[in-house]
Design a protein around this ligand. Structure first.
Ligand code: 4NP
Length: 156
């Protein structure tokens, strides 16, 4: 069997959007029976929240959909990620610019909503906003992750 393939989700703080994508995608990978072949992680382009768990808004919306993301911890994007992860998937244009600058051509950098049947566009930053922002993010993430998994699976 070929080497396992890594999928890394990236946002700014790694406490709101990318932890949700991480949890949703990992769950889809498990459901598809691909846990031995696909590994998943998330990180931020900043280290503002390094070591912190996800924002309560993300933890709650995930729990509403049967997922526990409370054990994740924020970490910044690092050089080694460009070797380790074949798929690098960001949430918005700002994440994309910052990640591409660091990737320096080693990997393509995808925006999550390029895989959204209702996209493309940014996954809006819900940080500091009301709870409904997290519901919107969850729906975008879920729709997009289904299509992303089809793409990742096709290249296994
Ligand atoms: P995230 O949301 O990028 O989806 O994790 C944010 C979290 C924190 C900050 C910005 C966005 N911040 O500026 O601290």
């Amino acid at each position: 069997m070929s080497e396992p393939v890594g999928v890394l989700f990236v946002c700014l703080g790694n406490i709101c959007r990318s932890p949700l994508a991480h949890g949703v995608f990992e769950h889809l990978v498990e459901q598809a029976g691909l846990s031995e072949r696909v590994f998943v992680d998330s990180c931020g382009t900043s280290s503002y929240h390094q070591g912190e768990p996800p924002d309560p808004g993300s933890v709650l919306v995930a729990r509403k959909h049967g997922l526990d993301i409370s054990q994740q911890a924020s970490r910044p994007l690092r050089e080694a990620d460009f070797q380790r992860f074949r798929w690098i998937v960001v949430m918005d244009g700002s994440n994309q610019r910052n990640t591409e600058r660091m990737a320096a051509g080693r990997r393509p950098v995808h925006q999550l909503r390029d895989f959204d049947p209702e996209g493309p566009g940014a996954v809006p930053d819900p940080w500091g906003g009301g709870r409904s922002g997290f519901d919107v993010v969850y729906e975008m993430v879920e729709r997009s992750c289904h299509v992303l998994l089809e793409r990742v699976s096709a290249e296994l």
